[in-house]
Design a binder for this molecule. Structure first.
Ligand SMILES: [Zn+2]
Ligand SMILES: [Zn+2]
Length: 119
C-alpha cells in the first residue's frame, strides 16, 4: 500500500540501549528500525552497487560497532532521510516510503506477514 503523501516523519529518537531508530510519523505511527538492518539496507551506490556493478555490502557483510551506530538523521528534500553513521558514512538516502515499508514494529510485521501469506 503506497504511503499517503501527507504522511511524513515528525521526529526521531535514537534508542542507544536497543540500538534502534524510532521515527514518529504525522499519522501517529511510530516506526522501529534496527541499526544494523538499516545499515545493511543502505541504498547508496557504494553499498548497494549501481549500473549492474555489485555493491560492497550484502547479507554476509560484517559491520563494526561504529559502522552500525547511528549518529543522526539528515532530511533530504521532502521525500527522504539520510542516516549518518558512526564511521562517517552518509550517502544512503532512505525514502519515507522505504522507511515505513521496513518498519519493524509488531503491527507492521504482522501486517506484512498477512500480505505475504495471501488471504
Ligand atoms: Zn551506503
Ligand atoms: Zn510500524
Amino acid at each position: 500500500m503506497p504511503l499517503p503523501v501527507d504522511v511524513v516523519p515528525e521526529s526521531y529518537e535514537l534508542d542507544e540501549d536497543h540500538r534502534r531508530l524510532m521515527i514518529s510519523w504525522s499519522d501517529g505511527h511510530t516506526s522501529a528500525h534496527d541499526y544494523e538492518r538499516l545499515r545493511r539496507a543502505c541504498p547508496c551506490a557504494w553499498c548497494a552497487g549501481e549500473g549492474g556493478q555489485k555493491g560492497s555490502v550484502d547479507q554476509t557483510t560484517t559491520f563494526s560497532q561504529q559502522q552500525t551506530t547511528l549518529y543522526e538523521l539528515q532530511v533530504v528534500g521532502r521525500y527522504g532521510l539520510t542516516p549518518v553513521w558512526g564511521d562517517g558514512h552518509h550517502t544512503g538516502i532512505f525514502t519515507y516510503e522505504k522507511l515505513r515499508g521496513s518498519c519493524q514494529c509488531d503491527a507492521c510485521q504482522a501486517a506484512r506477514a498477512r500480505t505475504a501469506g495471501g488471504r
